[in-house]
Design a protein. Structure first.
Length: 193
């Protein structure tokens, strides 16, 4: 049974709960709801839980350090479980993808995402798997206001459908690997049903 750290990125506290930047937290919350899991153990400067799926042990991590220090928490979890960077999956919001899309990506830069930047600074490199949840760009060019803005009501209505699509992708990846999951899902828009 192989072990993976699945880090959903976000900012702690009720102020940030329904903001676009908390897509990673919302993804893990949805997974916990569907699978009847608890992500409440305080460890690695995070709230954590465990899930077994398709012969894998998944350590679910919601860093409580605020976004720009997420790497501290991720580093602690990897070191404690003695796992290589290839066993890290980071779930995060992605400005470069339209709302409704969820995509896998292997490695790459941080693209200005403070959570990814922190993880890469801590680990010294970026070759981990990312599950990117599209939030779209701000029409007004105000990136900070956009990512920290609350998800609007029309998007909230379909959010669970998008997160469920992301979970379906994630399960396909655990069963069949990232390339297969990418070929099945990377061109899909979950708003189209």
């Amino acid at each position: 049974m192989s072990t993976f750290i699945v880090a959903g990125l976000g900012n702690p506290g009720p102020t940030y709960q329904w903001t676009r930047h908390n897509a990673g937290f919302l993804f893990l919350d949805r997974l916990a709801h569907l699978e009847n899991l608890s992500i409440s153990k305080k460890t690695f400067s995070a709230l954590s839980g465990e899930w077994s799926f398709s012969g894998h042990r998944l350590i679910l991590l919601k860093p409580q350090t605020f976004m720009n220090l997420s790497g501290n928490s991720v580093m602690q979890a990897l070191q404690f479980h003695k796992l290589p960077i290839s066993h890290l999956i980071v779930v995060h919001d992605e400005l470069d993808l339209p709302f409704g899309t969820v995509r896998f990506k292997q490695g790459g830069g941080h693209g200005g995402h403070n959570g990814l930047r922190s993880i890469m600074e801590n680990l010294g490199k970026g070759d981990f798997t990312r599950l990117r949840i599209g939030i779209g760009k701000s029409p007004h060019g105000d990136t900070t206001g956009h990512v920290l803005g609350k998800i609007p009501p029309d998007q909230m209505e379909v959010l669970s459908r998008i997160l469920d699509g992301g979970i379906e992708m994630f399960e396909a990846m655990l069963k069949e690997g990232v390339p297969k999951a990418m070929s099945l899902f990377n061109n899909k828009n979950f708003l189209e049903g």
